[in-house]
Write a protein that binds this ligand. Structure first.
Ligand code: NAP
Ligand code: ZN
Length: 347
């Protein structure tokens, strides 16, 4: 077994603290890479707090992982020692079902294996995430990372990046579309970058007036403060798509009123409580509510390659792992500029 150092929550709502654990030896199809940076996703906070469902503890969060390969199994073809590598929210899937065969491993009919707070395919071995110094992942779930981009700023692409890239590609959002990005946080700011890269007219819908300058710097064409009635009124019925990245409860009916006829609200944010949606919010204007979960492995590689080609990375604040709870506190206040990334050298 491989002795591994990480940060774990021993039980729900408990502070993370240093913890040592073991990872499996490198098998014939495995890649081991030492973790250099790991992004901090709001899903980490949801899961250590049991916001969605009872978690598996001790829990080592982290699913925006980049680093350098230190060992590969005998049958590994795509990686060699010294390569940069990344892993996102999944480390395995059945690889045989209809969805896996369509490169939609995130929707594996048997359930994908989450990078942490999940169980390996044996149904009993817990998975541990990227707030740690090294990881072993089967080759199919390891991504190639370009050395052209700042590595720490690439880490968030593995979740925040693909989670916003995938729906914008699926719904073919681009030139001629008015896209609103709801919530300017980790996911939201990547949604703005991809929306612009795909040619859409982008508006940020935010509860934080002080983020207007940042939104404009990111290139957003418009900024709407959602607590300002006059600004909201002016935006009624104007968007083709709303990419909803909000992590907390919010009024879906209000946001649906901002869509034009045939518009689609795409949920990627995952509040802990279900939303109430009135039929009237949908039928007046034939509107849709849709959802999207991360992205498949092939699409994640496509997104990373797209980012390397177009020089797209996340805006980050690099933190020491001992400051993780200060980062979570700021995240809960919507005060993220725009992704915290842990420098794993501080572990
Ligand atoms: P984040 O950085 O904390 O950003 C969330 C943003 O939502 C905040 O910055 C804030 O933006 C806005 N917000 C917060 N509370 C709000 C409220 N009560 N009403 C309206 N807006 C509010 O979080 P993140 O890491 O981007 O993650 C966002 C959500 O996506 C989380 O629920 C996460 O679990 C989920 N997620 C889903 C997937 C998937 O596969 N679908 C993948 C990753 C993450 P403003 O200050 O601009 O209002
Ligand atoms: Zn995430």
């Amino acid at each position: 077994m491989i002795e591994t150092k990480g940060y774990a929550a021993q039980s729900p709502n408990e502070d993370l603290a240093p913890w040592e654990f073991e990872r499996r030896e490198v098998g014939p199809h495995d890649v081991q890479f030492d973790i250099l940076y790991c992004g901090v996703c709001h899903s980490d906070l949801h899961q250590i707090n049991n916001d969605w469902f009872p978690g598996i503890f001790p829990m080592v969060p982290g699913h925006e992982i980049v680093g350098r390969v230190v060992n590969v199994g005998d049958h590994v073809k795509k990686f060699k020692v010294g390569d940069l590598a990344g892993t996102g929210c999944m480390v395995d899937s059945c690889q045989e079902c209809e969805n896996c065969k369509r490169d939609l491993e995130q929707y594996c009919l048997e359930g994908n294996t989450q990078t942490y707070n999940g169980l390996e395919r044996d149904g009993k071995t817990p998975t541990y995430g990227g707030y740690s110094n090294t990881i072993v992942v089967r080759e199919e779930f390891v991504l190639h990372v370009s050395d052209k981009l700042e590595l720490a700023a690439v880490a968030p692409l593995l979740c925040a990046g693909i989670t916003t890239y995938s729906p914008l590609r699926h719904w073919k959002v681009g030139k001629g579309h008015k896209l609103a990005v709801l919530g300017l946080g980790g996911l939201g700011h990547m949604g703005v970058k991809f929306g612009l890269a795909f040619g859409a007219e982008v508006t940020v819908l935010s509860t934080s007036p002080k983020k207007e300058e940042d939104a404009k710097r990111l290139g957003a064409h418009h900024f709407v403060v959602t607590s300002d009635e006059a600004q909201v009124k002016a935006a009624l019925g104007t968007f083709d798509f709303i990419l909803d990245t909000v992590s907390a409860e919010h009024d879906f009916n209000m946001y649906l009123s901002l869509l034009r006829t045939d518009g689609t609200l795409i949920c990627v944010g995952v509040p802990s409580k279900p939303a109430e949606i009135a039929a009237f919010s949908l039928l007046g204007g034939r509107k849709s509510v849709a959802g999207s979960g991360i992205g498949g492995i092939a699409e994640t590689q496509e997104m990373l390659d797209f980012c390397a080609e177009h020089n797209i990375v996340s805006d980050i604040e690099l933190i020491d792992i001992k400051d993780i709870h200060a980062a979570y506190d700021r995240m809960l206040k919507g005060d993220v500029r725009y992704r915290f990334v842990i420098d794993m050298a501080t572990l």
